[in-house]
Design a protein around this ligand. Structure first.
Ligand code: ZN
Ligand code: ZN
Ligand code: ZN
Length: 374
């Protein structure tokens, strides 16, 4: 039995995911699920294969043996993952061969297919030309499986949460007046790795007016003494589960207006976390945060959804957003991250990852929520 470098994630775990995926493929009325490199392939096999112009695809038929179609020169790197032990047949091909025909071999003349969301058009289009209709998204088949985390996945997310908390705990080492956002971000990226991640997936250092742009990364702006600074950071820990946590910092006790808005934000985040439990809808958690900010006259300042699922992808289902009436279930993991954004002036956000438990939720980030004064 091989592993992917983590004793919790054995080939047995992956083999059972593949067989459940085959069952779900059959249940959904597809002839096969076609999965390219990316989070779905990693979830099903542990493989870290990359997407190239040459087709790599795991084909899981509704019945029969799953196979992975891969260029012969990519076989060694594929074999380095768990794929060889999962009862998956390896069908290699050489340049000049029709890899798409190989992928769809045995599925009938015009199969009904679902393809993984991350597969590029370069591969989806030739696959679609050989199938009975526009392929569906694999999410339709894999949503349930990937959304409900098992205990090993929750353990990995817990480790990721603790690792990013350690980075936030050290923020005073790097976040100082007179340095640029870029300099601070470089130090944070190093710390994300030294505290246990395999890489820094994203680093947001939004100082002063840049904090009002939720997806600002970092710039050459020099940080000043009266800035409020949004730090939103994360990355994967083995075997690929991500952290994602935001704290907002300042260098002095904030003025009345900033203090008031921040207090409302803190209460909104708290109320949203308190609303999480099995059986409530995703949108009700969004509403819990939004209601508090509306009550404080800040409805207009909260310009994005309250959260997103997290796992092998930083952003995945379930999305915590108005209109999503999916019921939360034990094992779902997602962010709760309301923010307030004052265009051209400042912004603030508080973000924790939570996992739904049998009677509420467990927060995986435990740093203090207050506007941290450095
Ligand atoms: Zn985002
Ligand atoms: Zn974040
Ligand atoms: Zn997030």
């Amino acid at each position: 039995m091989t592993t992917t470098g983590d004793s919790r994630f054995t080939s047995d775990v992956y083999a059972s995911r593949v067989s459940r995926a085959a069952q779900l493929t059959a249940d959904a009325g597809f002839d096969a699920l076609v999965v390219g490199p990316g989070p779905d392939l990693r979830y099903l096999t542990g493989s870290r294969a990359n997407t190239f112009e040459r087709l790599t695809a795991l084909v899981i038929p509704a019945s029969g043996t799953p196979r992975i179609v891969v260029a012969r020169l990519e076989v060694p790197s594929l074999k380095a993952s768990a794929v060889g032990d999962l009862g998956i047949e390896v069908c290699d091909w050489v340049d000049g061969q029709d890899a798409y025909a190989l992928a769809l071999d045995g599925l009938g003349a015009r199969p009904r297919l679902a393809v993984s969301d991350a597969m590029p058009a370069l591969h989806v289009v030739p696959i679609a030309q050989r199938s009975s209709a526009t392929p569906a998204l694999a999410t339709a088949v894999l949503r349930e499986l990937r959304m409900i985390k098992d205990t090993s996945e929750i353990d990995a997310l817990r480790e990721a949460g603790a690792a990013i908390d350690r980075v936030h705990a050290r923020m005073g080492e790097w976040l100082r007046v007179g340095r640029t956002e870029r300099e601070v971000a470089a130090d944070i990226a190093d710390a994300i790795v030294s505290e246990g991640h395999t890489g820094a997936e994203f680093v947001i250092v939004g100082s002063g007016p840049n904090g009002a742009d939720p997806h600002h990364e970092y710039s050459d702006r020099t940080i000043t003494a009266d800035d409020v600074v949004v730090i939103d950071i994360g990355g994967p820990v083995e075997p690929g589960y991500n952290s994602d946590s935001t704290r907002t910092y300042s260098f002095a006790e904030p003025s009345g207006e900033i203090a008031d808005a921040y207090a409302a934000l803190q209460s909104a985040q708290q109320q949203a976390v308190a609303a999480v439990r099995p059986g409530v809808t995703a949108e009700s958690v969004d509403a819990a945060a939004r209601d508090v900010l509306r009550g404080a006259g800040l409805a207009e300042k909260f310009i994005h959804r309250t959260g997103h699922g997290i796992g092998l992808s930083v952003h995945e289902e379930p999305y915590i957003v108005a209109g999503n009436d999916i019921e939360l279930r034990s094992g779902m993991a997602f962010s709760v991250e309301p923010g307030v954004y004052f265009s051209g002036q400042w912004g603030a956000r508080i973000e924790d990852i939570v996992v739904v438990t049998d009677d509420g939720c467990e927060a995986l980030n435990t740093r203090p929520h207050g506007l941290t004064v450095l």
